[in-house]
Design a binder for this molecule. Structure first.
Ligand code: G6P
Length: 610
């Protein structure tokens, strides 16, 4: 949510920052801005995309230091004035901020009482004015003024600050919003996400909460808020430029849909041995005992990751025989805290930075639960704060609508469920071998689905302007129905609901008429008869059936106006295939409607505020 980039070195800062902001634009794209200085502070900012900001910079400048921001509005509508950077009263200090300053109203009142004038509706502007007011007391030390200001601030922040009296430094601070330092040769970058620095360096330092750093061209120093000096580990980034570029596809989302066979192969590599019928997940080997002895498992996540969590629930309950609760992290964090010792929480997150998921995991750990992460972004906050975990290795996901991360999360949860069930002895050898061998063939089967994706063109065209969609599934098809509906509303703005097929009778059936496309996910054998009855119920109300079936399911095909088949696969693994046509259907419809697939309105890839 919001992106921050900063640069100090010998290059033209604004060029490096604009490139970085373009890579971060998927995190927020209401408005964009940049501040740089060469003696006097220059600010360019405004509502709209980074490309517009780039035009404002035409004509050039020679500043070698600057900070930039791409915004997802929290306080104050997205307009030119509310865009970051924000400045202090003297116009010498500029800062960019991700997060929310919760006590901004009282701070603003106090500063106004001291004669400060405010021009924006943001919570961020108070930080600029507050730092300046504290700097007046000790004008030689910008870092100290920042530390003193942060001691008065409640809320979350990733902050980058520049000041014309400190021409050779950027001061940054973090609490609850990611920030890293890209350590170059004679240059330093700062960013909220590694993709913005990958072009310049593979050496990064991740800041932790409560840390403030002074970044100079040749060095960085990290301190606590109380000014204790810290020695930080330098990590090597494993991120190639190819992975974060579109590679000929019109949108990242389409690229990522088509990358799924590779993402799943990468996810399985070195972990699954189909010949031996074994699975090895190094990340949880230490905690196998605790995991299999758990009284219950709690899966906490948001959005698409929450849908993967429901697939996880079905898998863990059926294979491992441990009760599972799947919770929205945002609800869990404020519920009566009944999670404690003996419980295991699994947090699922693509970005590893979702604020609510992070808060849920912190609370569970504080209460004594073991917390396991299923995360994509290596080195992210969730990955670092969990007790143990398994990376999904899907590679960078840039399209705001999650696709390959969903299938890779489901793959990891499947690997975990099988391995733990083998360890605990709750799965027969025969069943484990069958699932492992089928899992091994998933990338090939995904490719078969993708190879015939053009079969979805006609149905996509036919229903591109439908005002509503209903998605129905049973068992393993239910989370897929939720995910299919979410994909459609996220990128095409069509209202869509996902429902357990039988539950439809308790409400949504009232919506069905001859205008209503009803997508049924009929990929699980053990519920097929019941699904057929539900389809008949829809047909009896003249609903238009679009079905996703496994090959040979003629019964459902014959009941459908349109049908798309995926290769035969065990019920437990069916979400890995049945979700793909739904991703493509949503993509096609969004493109037909002229929507910006990668940057849907109002959404952000990584939600780092509550
Ligand atoms: C946002 C994204 C979704 C994502 C959700 C959870 O809403 O747009 O695609 O599923 O956050 O994010 P996480 O990074 O924790 O999986």
């Amino acid at each position: 949510m919001c992106g921050i980039v900063g640069y100090i070195g010998d290059k033209r800062a604004s060029e490096v920052i604009i490139k970085g902001l373009k890579r971060l634009e998927y995190r927020g794209y209401d408005s964009a801005g940049i501040a740089y200085h060469n003696g006097t502070l220059e600010i360019k900012k405004g509502k709209g995309k980074v490309a517009k900001l780039e035009q404002m910079l035409e004509g050039g400048n020679s500043a070698k230091l600057g900070i930039g921001h791409t915004r997802w509005a929290t306080h104050g509508e997205p307009n030119d004035i509310n865009s970051h950077p924000h400045t202090s009263s003297s116009g010498k200090l500029a800062l960019v901020h991700n997060g929310i300053i919760e006590n901004y109203a009282s701070l603003k009142k106090m500063l106004e009482g001291n004669g400060c004038e405010f021009y924006s509706e943001t919570d961020t502007e108070v930080v600029a004015k507050l730092i300046e007011s504290l700097l007046e007391k000790d004008p030689k030390d910008l870092k100290k003024a920042v530390q003193l200001a942060l001691a008065q601030i409640d809320g979350t922040y990733g902050l980058a600050i520049i000041h014309t009296d400190f021409p050779e430094q950027i001061v940054v601070a973090r609490k609850g919003s990611p920030l890293l330092i890209g350590v170059g040769n004679g240059e330093m970058l700062i960013a909220s996400d590694a993709s913005a620095v990958a072009e310049y360096t593979d050496q990064v330092v991740y800041l932790d909460d409560g840390e403030v750093a002074v970044i100079k061209k040749d060095e960085y120093q990290v301190h606590t808020l109380d000014d204790d000096s810290l020695i930080k580990e330098v990590h090597e980034l494993a991120l190639s430029l190819e992975e974060i570029e579109k590679g000929g596809y019109p949108f990242f989302m389409l690229k990522e849909i088509f990358e799924q066979p590779k993402a799943i192969s990468d996810c399985l590599r070195g972990r699954l041995n189909a010949k031996e019928g074994t699975i090895t997940l190094g990340g949880i080997s230490r905690v196998m005992e605790q995991l299999t002895d758990a009284k219950r498992l709690i899966i906490a996540a948001c959005g698409t990751s929450w849908h993967s969590g429901i697939v996880g629930e079905y898998l863990f309950e059926s294979l491992l025989k441990i009760p599972v609760e799947v919770e929205y992290a945002s609800e869990l964090r404020y519920k009566e805290s009944l999670i404690g010792e003996g419980d295991v929480m699994i947090v699922v997150s693509q970005s590893g930075e979702t604020a609510d998921t992070l808060a849920a995991l912190r609370r569970a750990r504080k209460n004594g639960a073991l917390v396991i992460g299923v995360v994509n972004v290596v080195g992210s906050s969730i990955a670092r704060e969990t007790d143990a975990g398994v990376y999904i290795h899907a590679g960078p996901e840039i399209g705001v609508a999650s696709t390959k991360a969903f299938t890779a999360q489901v793959t990891v949860l499947t690997l975990m469920a099988i391995q733990l069930a083998q360890y605990k002895g709750t799965i027969s050898d025969e069943k484990a071998r069958k699932l492992i061998s089928e899992l091994d063939s998933i990338p090939k089967k995904m490719q078969q689905v993708l190879d015939k994706s053009s079969e979805l063109d006609q149905v996509s065209d036919l229903f591109s302007y439908a005002p509503n969609f209903l998605y129905l599934g049973r068992s393993f098809g239910f989370p897929v129905a939720l995910e299919g509906a979410l994909k459609l509303k996220e990128i095409s703005y069509i209202h869509a609901e996902g429902y357990p097929a039988a539950e439809m009778k308790h409400g949504p059936i009232a919506l069905i008429d001859e205008m209503m496309p009803v997508v049924v996910i009929a990929g699980t054998r053990h519920t097929n008869d019941k699904m057929v009855s539900n389809i008949e119920e829809v047909k009896a109300r003249k609903g238009r059936i679009i079905s996703i079936v496994t090959e040979g399911n003629e019964e459902v095909e014959n009941l459908s106006e349109f049908s798309f088949s995926v290769p035969e696969v065990a019920d437990e693994l069916s979400p890995l295939l049945t979700v793909i046509p739904l991703q493509i259907l949503s993509y096609n419809i969004a493109v037909n409607r002229g929507c910006n697939v990668d940057q849907p309105r109002n959404l952000a890839k990584s939600v780092t505020v509550e």
